[in-house]
Ligand binder design. Structure first.
Ligand SMILES: Cc1cc2nc3c(=O)[nH]c(=O)nc-3n(C[C@H](O)[C@H](O)[C@H](O)COP(=O)(O)OP(=O)(O)OC[C@H]3O[C@@H](n4cnc5c(N)ncnc54)[C@H](O)[C@@H]3O)c2cc1C
Length: 432
């Protein structure tokens, strides 16, 4: 396969349409629908407003592009999806209008791979059509990054799994038709062999939402969209297990890899929006007789932001290209996904801060989108695993290709190397 940094001209036409459509039709939604669940809740007023937009997307053949044609998606591959997502990331509603919003996108992939025919019929098609919402619930109040601490158990009794325990920050559980819940089914083995995945339908007796947390301050405490859930003798049929008992992490991998790279793709959109704002402000604001753009401090901010964004964007697209090439989340792919996931909060902090700073007081007011971008940065540092955990993955994978020096000094020890080099080329020195 040859290297290329060019977009297929036919797909570029689609991207041009997406850019215009996002700017004119989708971004205004952010200014009207401000409840945290609005882009996902099928019963919200925002869902009604999205209907004609979704129809237009379908007509262009751009609905649910992360899925293959067998599931009604365009099957355009991850690179094209990346190019799309970096436009959609400019609006909170972008992914929902295009049918590729997390966590529903990943949950649909899980159902498609592991659901029974009956489950697919009941949930998959409505989910793919954007008619229902879903929830993915793994984190617990006492444990997120370290699944070894998970304690929510499911035990088999007769023809049912009986769930007991608690889950935390289960996004959208309050309006989801079903939840995909990670449970421990075998305590006697390490968690990666003892965890399983269960489908739990809405209103199943024994499942109770204690409260719903919100990210950031929210008018009504407990009225956010991230559920704290209690399971008490909650019974689900045996066929609700997705995958085999003990395969919970194999099932999880179906969604987490894709989910993380999609966050990064959308982040490119956020970064570009911040850079656009920074440049426009720099050319508009006059201070001490010249526009800010003429000041070298400002030029440094713009140059650093541009370079960082380009480096990050190429890394994201390279990762997407690797996924398309390998068609699986192998070690090489996982290393790059972890690297860009870990890099995401840092670049946002740098670029969004510069954009806010350049706007002065306006930048930190509620009169530009910058303050919302800023508030979302910590979220991207922990959602789908904190940066530290991803950095550990990167470092461990990188280190696999190395071994310790064979002797006392490093392999690149100059005196030792020079001795060998002199044996090869030293006679030239003697001749001179
Ligand atoms: C907006 C949002 C939506 C979410 N939605 C969902 C959802 O739908 N479903 C779901 O299951 N979960 C969800 N989560 C939870 C998310 O997956 C967890 O927050 C994440 O896995 C981290 O777990 P934790 O919050 O328990 O933090 P902890 O695991 O307690 O980690 C806290 C901190 O400890 C440090 N740390 C952790 N591990 C290490 C390590 N190995 N080495 C060094 N330092 C370390 C890091 O600084 C880390 O940030 C969501 C989170 C957010 C913010």
């Amino acid at each position: 396969m040859s290297w290329s940094f060019e977009t297929d001209p036919e797909f570029q036409c689609q991207l041009d349409w997406i850019a215009e459509f996002t700017r004119d039709e989708i971004e205004p939604m952010d200014l009207v629908f401000r409840e945290p669940g609005d882009p996902w809740d099928p019963n919200s007023q925002a869902a009604k407003a999205m209907e004609p937009l979704r129809a237009a997307v379908r007509e262009r053949g751009l609905w649910a592009c992360h899925l293959g044609p067998e599931l009604g998606g365009g099957g355009y591959g991850q690179v094209n999806l990346g190019l799309m997502n970096e436009i959609l990331g400019r609006s909170r509603f972008g992914p929902s209008v295009f049918g590729c919003q997390a966590p529903d996108s990943g949950n649909a992939e899980i159902l498609a791979h592991f659901g029974t025919d009956a489950q697919k019929e009941k949930y998959l098609q409505p989910l793919l059509d954007g008619k229902i919402a879903s929830c993915y619930s793994m984190t617990e109040p006492q444990a997120g990054s370290d699944p070894g601490e998970f304690g929510c158990m499911a035990e088999q009794e007769d023809e049912q799994w009986v769930i007991n325990g608690e889950k935390w920050f289960a996004s959208h559980a309050r309006f989801a038709e079903f939840l995909i819940v990670m449970v421990v089914t075998d305590k006697s083995v390490p968690i990666h062999q003892g965890a399983s995945m269960l489908l739990v339908e809405k209103n199943t007796p024994g499942m109770e939402i204690i409260r719903n947390s919100a990210v950031g301050p929210h008018a009504e405490q407990g009225d956010g969209v991230h559920a704290y859930i209690k399971f008490e003798n909650c019974r689900v049929p045996l066929e609700n297990m997705l995958g085999e008992p003990g395969e919970g992490f194999i099932v999880a991998q179906t969604r987490l890899g894709g989910g993380r790279v999609h966050h990064a793709m959308r982040t490119v959109g956020v970064l570009n929006k911040a850079l656009d704002m920074m440049c426009e402000r720099a050319l508009s604001r006059v201070t001490k007789g010249e526009v800010l753009a003429d000041k070298q401090f400002t030029q440094e901010k713009i140059a650093d932001s541009y370079t960082q964004i380009l480096q990050y964007r190429l890394h994201v697209l390279y990762t997407a290209w690797l996924i398309d090439k390998h068609k699986e989340y192998n070690r090489e792919v996982r290393k790059e996904i972890a690297a860009i996931k870990a890099a995401t909060p840092g670049i946002l902090k740098d670029v969004v801060y510069r954009a806010m700073h350049l706007h002065g007081s306006l930048g930190m007011s509620d009169e530009t989108p910058l303050v919302t971008m800023w508030a979302n940065i910590p979220e991207l540092g922990v959602v789908d695993g904190p940066s530290e955990v991803h950095k550990i993955t990167v470092a461990k994978t990188v280190l696999r290709d190395y071994e310790a020096a064979p002797g006392l000094f490093p392999t690149y020890h100059t005196p030792t190397q020079r001795e060998a080099a002199l044996k090869k080329y030293g006679h030239f020195l003697k001749e001179s």
